[in-house]
Design a protein around this ligand. Structure first.
Ligand SMILES: N[C@@H](CCC(=O)N[C@@H](CS)C(=O)NCC(=O)O)C(=O)O
Length: 224
């Protein structure tokens, strides 16, 4: 049965490459599972979307009878019983997956939303004061320093490449894109290592193709 991954029908340039359907696509590519993409309107949000996802966010998947939202839950569901979530390291991998989404991503998104408030105030504004932003950056850097220390010389967080690495690297990509990972060279190398994987490249290519098709569809609608 084909699994359906829901993402938005169209988004402006700035979040492309970072919308969280990417991490699900990456997981699907890693485990070799085919999928189709369906869309929900980004604006205005629909009642159908709220039935799928109570906060009207993406990603959501539908796999037979199983509907699931929250990217972490989706990744665990997909990777259970695969080499990305082997039974013997399950607890450790869950631990790092929660650390990615509940500790690191929290700090990263707090800081990134402040950067975006300056860049696209119509979505995220008003921009915070410089000292509020500096405080958020310091908090994020504390988390990144600790993460780098925990990673040490290891290639991946918990044994072989796992679902925790997908979550963590997808969170760190945002920091790397803002050139704020330079002070954490081991983490920068970790991101580079993970995003060199063919599965990531396929996922990213398909993610970007989706937005290109969305642009074409929008252009067609406004022309006709
Ligand atoms: N914790 C959720 C966060 C989902 C999330 O924030 N999705 C963004 C796209 S990356 C979204 O739908 N934003 C629109 C909104 O919040 O209204 C997850 O990991 O699935």
């Amino acid at each position: 049965m084909t699994l359906t991954l829901y993402t938005f029908d169209w988004l402006p340039e700035f979040p492309r490459g970072f919308v969280r359907d990417l991490r699900v696509r990456w997981g699907l590519e890693e485990i070799g599972r085919s999928y189709q993409v369906a869309t929900v309107p980004a604006h205005p949000k629909s009642a159908e979307h709220r039935k799928l996802q109570p906060f009207t966010q993406v990603p959501v998947i539908q796999d037979g009878e199983q509907k699931l939202f929250e990217s972490g839950a989706i990744l665990v569901y997909l990777c259970e019983g695969t080499p990305l979530l082997p039974d013997e390291r399950k607890a450790e991998i869950w631990q790092w997956l929660f650390a990615a989404l509940n500790t690191v991503e929290l700090s990263v998104m707090h800081w990134v939303s402040m950067i975006l408030a300056e860049r696209v105030p119509e979505f995220f504004g008003p921009p915070p004061s410089a000292d509020v932003r500096a405080h958020a950056k310091a908090d994020m850097d504390t988390k990144l320093t600790a993460l780098q220390q925990a990673l040490g010389d290891k290639e991946w967080l918990a044994g072989d490449f796992s679902v925790a690495d997908i979550a963590m690297v997808d969170v760190l990509r945002v920091v790397a894109a803002e050139e704020a990972l330079d002070a954490h060279p081991h983490l920068a190398a970790y991101v580079e290592r993970a995003t060199s994987r063919p599965a990531f490249k396929r996922a990213m290519a398909d993610h970007m193709l989706h937005w290109q098709a969305a642009d074409a569809e929008q252009a067609k609608r406004s022309a006709g």
